[in-house]
Structure formats: structure tokens, C-alpha cells
Ligand binder design. Structure first.
Ligand code: GLU
Length: 428
């Protein structure tokens, strides 16, 4: 990852993701003449919680993992954001992701603040029992800080509906002994989850891609698309684009990438991954590295894996016409500037991957009402909200002649600024 030129005054929070978020925050604040006092407050996380998580492993030894929950901003509503299990999780990364959640929820117009959690662990290297023990103790350690009206976690990289079920159960057992489904979203439907949450981020990516195609006067049907990451976001984004007639010519995961110039039968690749746990080795494909995959000639590139994938070392080599950020922070600010100059349109993460948290919001609302909607209604409402956010960003992009990331951030910061000024500073 490239060296950041931005330095936070608090060195322990310094990281590329948060550095990028702060830089773009400052730039977009200028665009809207943001109140300087508001900007000062937006540069800092409200609260960073670090916990030790002792876990009884299958061999009866105890290992102590480190977990975080960063509550960035709660001006617009309860803190909201996912929980990541990954071996590279550290406090600066979680702070960066929590900042992005704040701006994402704001630009999407949701009544939610921003937060993120994470545990430094490789989930592929622990057993199911160990994962359950870890999740329950982590949930217990942060249980005083979360709750249906306070802070509502959800899945992210390395966590899934089962993880949320364990979190919800632990919280419910500890806080009163009755079911409190509204404490987390992304739960299985049987225990208060919502229809359509599992595929929501991928579907949102494709709704946003359709808008981007329309603005670039291109057609999705018959176009070529490259998808990096084949987890919960990438696999569904590939599937929905495939259903719309796009040719998905390359996909990848941690095992590497696969290429087929004719386009993949995505439902078949999904079936293959269910049994083989990786895309590598899929028949009728040639192997390709993740680096090569990003640089393939194609109409659209969906980076749906992790942050820091496109920066100054490869921005000049990208050949896609449109980039839709399914992941959080896959393209650095420096790369965004290069790509923008080269006429490549980037639909930024805070809008493009907003489908997940939008449907999380629906899940939370349904849990509070104890009244559930059907999947068509969820998908329709998702489309309405994400399209509106895109249109708002697009208007600023046109009016101020800035890239779409700065435009989306300007919309986000403006909404936060208004709300923060109305609420004022406590005590004063
Ligand atoms: N982890 C997802 C994200 O980065 C979803 C968060 C949520 O649903 O709260 O947006």
C-alpha cells in the first residue's frame, strides 16, 4: 500500500484507510464550506473500545484475541456498522471503516450513525466451536456499549448470519434473558432476520452499476465485467450482473483468479465454490493472479474484496471504463485522481456498497415493529434509496465538476453538518 501523505495528529490511529477518509473529508468539507468546528469534530472517532477476548480452544488451551468496536459518530442515529474477522484487523483499520460507515449512512439518508468492529483472527484457521466461543466472549465484552437503540452490529468480511445469531443470543441472555433481535442485523430469517439481506450488498452494487452504465451511455447486457472477491458481495454482484446479460469474464478470491473471455456461467461457479471452497481449479477457465485480474480490459470492474487494491502503483494500468466499489476503500484517493483524469468513472464505496446497510436498516425497523415485509418490497425499497443517493452524488459531481467520491462525501458531510449544528455542542 502506498505511503500516505496525510498524518493524523494521533499516531496510534494512523493508517492508509483512515488517512484516505480524512483527506477526502477535508476536501469535501471545503466544497460545501463546512463549518470548521463541525469539521474538527468529524475528524475524530467518538469512542474506540479495545477488548481482550480469551477463548478456550479445542485443545483446551486458552488463546487471547484482540477485538475492537469503534463508535465514530452518532449524530444521525444509533451507531451502525459491521464486524470484521480477519488476521490484519487493527485499530487504525477499524477506525477507517467506522469513519466510512458514518459517511455511508449519511449519504444514504439513513437515520443511523457510523461504527465498525473487528477481531484480529483468521476465521479460516479456527473451528466452528472456537468461532462461537470467540464471538460470544467478544459480544459479552462489548455488550455494555451496544444495543437496539445504541449500536447495532452486522456482518462484514469473515462474519455471517450464524455469527450474528450467536451475538444476538449472547446479548439477549446477558441483558434481561429475553430475545432482543434488534441488537444486530444480518441475522438468519428464523430469528428476526429480513428477507433479502444476504444478497443485498451485491444487488445494490448492480443497481449502482446500472446507473453508472446509464450515465456513461453504456449497456450492461453484453458488456464485460471483472469481479474481484467472490464472497458475500462479489458472488451476488456477479450473479445479478450475469442475470442482466453481462459477461463476467474473470472472478477471484484469496486462492487466486479465473478467466474465461466468453463469460462464466455464474450459478455454476457458485455451485463449484460451495463444494471446493475456492474459485481456483474451476473447469473451462485459465488461472490469473489478482493483480492481472484488476488490469484486464473490460467495461466494468467491481472490486469486492478488501481495501487498498488500486493505488498509484497500478492506477495507470487499469483498463475498465467503470469501477463500482463493492468493497470499502478499494481505490485510494491518489488512484481516484489518476483514474478520474483518465475518464474512468468510479462509483464510490459509500454509495456502491450501501445495499448491505440499507437492508440492515430495514431489518432493524422490522425487528422494532415485529412486522415483516416480503422480499419484493425489500428489493424495491433498496433500489429507491440507493438510486436516490446516486442521483444526489451525481448532481454534485456535475455541478462542482469533481469526481464522484468527493461528490458523495460532500453530500454526506453536508447532512452531518446540518444535524450537528442543530444539535449543538454539549455542554456548549
Ligand atoms: N459491513 C457492511 C458495510 O460495510 C454492512 C454494515 C451494516 O449492515 O451495518 O457496509
Amino acid at each position: 500500500m502506498e505511503k500516505q501523505h496525510f498524518h493524523n495528529s494521533e499516531a496510534h490511529l494512523d493508517g492508509p484507510l483512515f488517512g484516505n477518509a480524512l483527506e477526502i473529508l477535508i476536501e469535501s468539507a471545503k466544497l460545501i464550506n463546512c463549518d470548521p468546528n463541525v469539521l474538527e469534530r468529524l475528524k475524530k472517532p467518538r469512542r474506540c473500545i479495545t477488548v481482550s477476548i480469551p477463548v478456550r480452544m479445542d485443545d483446551y488451551t486458552v488463546r487471547v484475541f484482540t477485538g475492537y468496536r469503534v463508535q465514530y459518530n452518532a449524530t444521525l442515529g444509533p451507531f451502525k456498522g459491521g464486524i470484521r474477522y480477519h488476521q490484519n484487523v487493527d485499530l487504525p483499520e477499524v477506525v477507517g471503516l467506522a469513519a466510512l460507515m458514518t459517511f455511508k449512512n449519511s449519504v444514504l439518508g439513513l437515520p443511523l450513525g457510523g461504527a465498525k468492529g473487528g477481531v484480529c483472527v483468521d476465521p479460516s484457521k479456527i473451528s466452528r466451536t472456537e468461532k462461537q466461543n470467540l464471538t460470544r466472549r467478544y459480544a459479552s465484552e462489548i455488550s455494555h456499549f451496544i444495543g437496539p437503540t445504541k449500536d447495532i452490529p452486522a456482518p462484514d468480511v469473515g462474519t455471517d448470519p450464524q455469527t450474528m445469531a450467536w451475538m444476538m443470543d449472547t446479548y439477549s441472555q446477558e441483558q434481561g434473558g429475553y430475545s432482543q433481535p434488534g441488537v444486530v442485523t444480518g441475522k438468519p430469517v428464523e430469528i428476526g432476520g429480513t428477507a433479502g439481506r444476504n444478497h443485498a450488498t451485491g444487488l445494490g452494487v448492480v443497481f449502482v452499476a446500472e446507473k453508472a452504465y446509464e450515465k456513461c451511455k453504456m449497456e450492461m447486457s453484453g458488456s464485460t465485467i471483472v469481479v474481484q472477491g467472490f464472497g458475500n458481495v462479489g458472488s451476488f454482484a456477479a450473479l445479478f450482473a450475469h442475470q442482466r446479460g453481462a459477461k463476467i469474464i474473470a472472478v477471484s478470491d484469496v486462492s487466486g483468479g479465473i478467466y474465461n473471455g466468453e463469460g462464466f456461467d455464474i450459478p455454476d461457479v457458485i455451485e463449484y465454490v460451495k463444494t471446493h471452497k475456492q474459485v481456483k481449479g474451476y473447469p473451462k477457465s485459465s488461472p490469473i493472479t489478482n493483480e492481472e485480474l484488476l488490469e484486464l480490459p473490460c467495461d466494468a470492474l467491481f472490486p469486492c474484496a478488501l481495501e487498498g487494491q488500486i493505488d498509484t502503483h497500478n492506477a495507470e494500468k487499469i483498463k475498465a471504463k467503470i469501477i463500482v466499489e463493492g468493497a470499502n476503500g478499494p481505490v485510494s484517493n491518489a488512484a481516484t485522481r489518476i483514474l478520474h483524469k483518465r475518464g474512468i468513472f468510479i462509483a464510490p464505496d459509500v454509495i456502491a456498497n450501501g445495499g448491505g446497510v440499507i437492508v440492515s436498516y430495514f431489518e432493524w425497523v422490522q425487528d422494532i415493529m415485529s412486522f415483516f415485509w416480503d422480499e419484493d418490497e425489500i428489493n424495491d425499497r433498496l433500489k429507491t434509496i440507493i438510486t436516490k443517493a446516486f442521483d444526489k452524488g451525481w448532481a454534485v459531481h456535475q455541478e462542482k465538476n469533481v469526481d464522484m467520491r468527493s461528490a458523495a462525501m460532500a453530500v454526506a458531510v453536508q447532512r452531518l453538518e446540518k444535524a450537528m449544528l442543530l444539535r449543538g455542542l454539549y455542554p456548549r
